[in-house]
Design a protein around this ligand. Structure first.
Ligand SMILES: [Zn+2]
Length: 197
């Protein structure tokens, strides 16, 4: 099931985030997409009653998984290939609010709206800078392990304030349970990948 959805969203990680949204484990999801990817995504949203808001600007992202939201913003008229940030929610207001917070560079309220633990949002706001865009820590458990995110295996979509952050672990566990309920093969794949550091 995840594999099939990944054909729409471009990666298993992105597909999984949409499953969390549909399952009400997340209330708002933000992802970056290229213009040509959007028609399939819009159809999925329509079929699943998910509201979808697209940023007016595009971003040249260093990190395609959009952990850091500080890519270089370029206008729609710019010829370079940039990704649009897209905000998804069952609640239309929340989707618009997320796009507004992003536009205003309000990392704190955006992070909270995306459901990230407050400790981790504070950590991000304090530590993140254009010179320090990767806040990845060594991981001690699979639930907060970000080291495999470029190999399409990760259970949380924020930088945890510590590898042992309880709320982040709780979140990772909840997400894995959801994947377990829809896709056994993918669950195994995730566990095998994330157990190794
Ligand atoms: Zn935390």
């Amino acid at each position: 099931m995840i594999k099939k959805l990944s054909l729409i969203f471009g990666s298993k990680t992105k597909a999984e985030e949409m499953v969390y949204l549909v399952s009400d484990a997340k209330y708002v999801v933000r992802q970056g997409f290229y213009l040509e990817e959007l028609p399939k995504i819009e159809k999925f949203c329509k079929d699943n009653k998910i509201h979808f808001v697209k940023s007016r600007f595009r971003v040249l992202l260093a990190d395609e998984n959009s952990y850091s939201n500080k890519g270089v913003r370029i206008p729609e008229s710019d010829k370079r290939p940039g990704m649009y940030f897209c905000y998804f929610s069952k609640d239309e207001q929340k989707a618009w609010l997320a796009s507004y917070y992003e536009l205003m560079n309000n990392d704190k309220d955006l992070g909270l709206l995306l459901g990230y633990p407050k400790c981790c949002v504070d950590f991000f706001c304090k530590r993140f800078s254009p010179n320090n865009p990767n806040l990845q820590l060594d991981s001690t458990n699979m639930f907060t392990n970000l080291t495999k995110r470029n190999e399409d295996a990760v259970l949380i979509s924020h930088f945890p304030c510590s590898s042992e952050c309880e709320e982040s672990i709780f979140m990772g566990r909840k997400h894995l349970d959801i994947i377990k309920s829809v896709d056994k093969d993918r669950t195994e794949e995730l566990i095998n990948n994330l157990k190794r550091n």
